[in-house]
Design a binder for this molecule. Structure first.
Ligand SMILES: [Zn+2]
Length: 357
C-alpha cells in the first residue's frame, strides 16, 4: 500500500528442504504444525477460558474471509467464529415474505435499535438495500449484537465492520456493546496489491450449476477443456453432480477492479485510519513479497502459481504450464503474491504476541 510500509514476514525456515502442497488439507495441517505449532498450542489453551475480538480491515476481495476461516480451521473451529457483516445483512433479503421472521426482527429492533432514523425508514432501507443506500451504523451494531448473542461466547473475527469512517470510532467501543468488555481486541490490517485483486476478479469463473467459484489463472480445476470455435479455455467443474459443466465468467468480472475503484479507495482510507489508532494492538499482514527479497523470506511453494494453457492440435489435448505469479504492487515494485497459508502463519504468530501469550 502506498504511504504505509507493511513489514515482510519471514516464514522460510533456513536450510529446510521440506515441501508442502498447500492446496491439500492434510499437508496444510502438517505445514501449520511445523511453522506455528507452538503458537497454535498456546492459542488453544487460551481459548479454553478466554475469547478475543479481531477486526479485519482489508480492501474488498483482499481475502479477509479466507484468512479468518483458515485461522479458525487451524486453531479451533469450535471456539472461533467468523462474523461477516455483509452476509449478516444479506440474510435479511429473504425474510420479507416470511411474516414470522419479519415480526421477530421488528420486535427485536423496537427493543434494541437506537438511532436517528425512524424504524419504518430503517426497515425500508434494509428491504430495498443496494450499494447506494447506506445502512446506518446503529442498525449494523444492533444486528451484530443479535447475531453474537445467539452464538454463545466465542472468539470473533469481525469482517466488514468498520466499513465507513464513522464506524472506526464505534469499533473502539464495540466490545462493550456486545458484552465482551474484558476481552482483548485487535485490529488486523491486510495489505494486498490492487493488481492482485484485479486479476482475482478478471479471471474468476463460476459453475453455472453449483455456483462453485474458481480462477482460470490462479485456481484451476482438475480438468481443462479447449473451445476451438471461440478459441477459449474452460475449467470443468470438479463436482461430479455437474457432469462436466464448463465454468463461466460472470458478467462484469472482465472489468476487474474498475467498478469498485471507489470502494477500494474508501477501504484504503479505513486501513490508514486504523493504522494511526493508539491503545489497540495491530496485526499487519501482507500478501505480497518483492521478487528480489522473496528468497530470504518465503519458500517457493508458499508463492501463488499462475497457470497457462496451450492447445496441442496433434494430441488433441490441453497442456498446462505453471510459474510463480508476478504482479507490480501499488508502488510498481515487482512482487509475488503469497498463498493464504503463509499469511495465516503470520496472523497466528502476531495474534499470539498481541494477546501476550
Ligand atoms: Zn458445479
Amino acid at each position: 500500500m502506498k504511504d504505509i510500509e507493511f513489514p515482510i514476514f519471514k516464514t522460510k525456515i533456513s536450510g529446510s528442504k521440506k515441501k508442502f502442497d498447500l492446496t491439500d488439507v492434510k499437508e496444510r495441517q502438517a505445514y501449520f504444525e511445523l511453522k506455528a505449532g507452538g503458537e497454535i498450542k498456546k492459542l488453544r489453551e487460551y481459548l479454553k477460558e478466554n475469547t478475543f475480538i479481531v477486526y479485519l480491515l482489508g480492501k474488498k476481495n483482499s481475502g479477509k474471509g479466507t484468512y479468518a476461516k483458515m485461522f479458525k480451521e487451524v486453531v479451533d473451529k469450535d471456539k472461533i467464529e467468523h462474523l461477516s457483516i455483509g452476509d449478516l445483512v444479506r440474510e435479511f433479503d429473504d425474510i420479507w415474505e416470511n411474516e414470522e421472521k419479519k415480526k421477530e426482527l421488528i420486535v427485536f429492533l423496537e427493543k434494541n435499535y437506537r438511532g436517528f432514523l425512524p424504524l419504518e425508514k430503517i426497515l425500508d432501507n434494509l428491504k430495498n438495500r443496494n450499494t447506494k443506500t447506506l445502512l446506518p451504523s446503529e442498525l449494523i451494531l444492533a444486528l451484530a449484537k443479535k447475531e453474537i448473542a445467539g452464538m454463545g461466547k466465542k472468539a470473533l473475527f469481525v469482517d466488514g465492520f468498520p466499513r465507513e469512517m464513522d464506524q472506526v470510532s464505534y469499533s473502539l467501543f464495540f466490545r462493550d456493546l456486545i458484552d465482551y468488555r474484558d476481552d482483548p481486541d485487535i485490529f488486523v490490517l491486510i495489505d494486498v496489491p490492487e493488481t492482485v485483486i484485479d486479476e482475482r476478479i478478471k479471471y474468476r469463473v463460476i459453475c453455472p450449476l453449483c455456483q462453485t467459484s474458481r480462477n482460470l489463472k490462479l485456481l484451476p480445476t482438475k480438468k481443462v477443456e479447449y473451445g476451438r470455435k471461440e478459441k477459449k479455455f474452460y475449467l470443468i467443474c470438479d463436482n461430479s453432480d455437474c457432469k462436466g459443466a464448463r465454468m463461466v465468467t460472470k458478467e462484469g468480472d472482465e472489468l476487474g477492479i474498475e467498478p469498485i475503484k471507489e470502494r477500494l479507495e474508501k477501504d484504503e482510507g479505513l486501513i490508514k485510519r486504523a493504522f494511526s489508532l493508539y491503545g489497540i494492538p495491530k496485526v499487519l499482514l501482507r500478501n505480497s513479497v518483492p521478487v528480489d527479497k522473496a528468497k530470504n523470506f518465503v519458500a517457493d511453494y508458499e508463492i501463488t502459481p499462475e497457470y497457462g494453457y496451450q492447445w496441442d492440435e496433434k494430441k488433441k489435448k490441453v497442456t498446462i504450464t505453471e510459474k510463480p505469479w508476478q504482479v507490480p504492487d501499488d508502488s510498481g515494485v515487482p512482487c509475488y503474491s503469497l498463498m493464504p497459508p503463509p499469511v495465516v502463519v503470520s496472523l497466528i504468530k502476531q495474534t499470539t504476541e498481541a494477546l501476550g501469550l
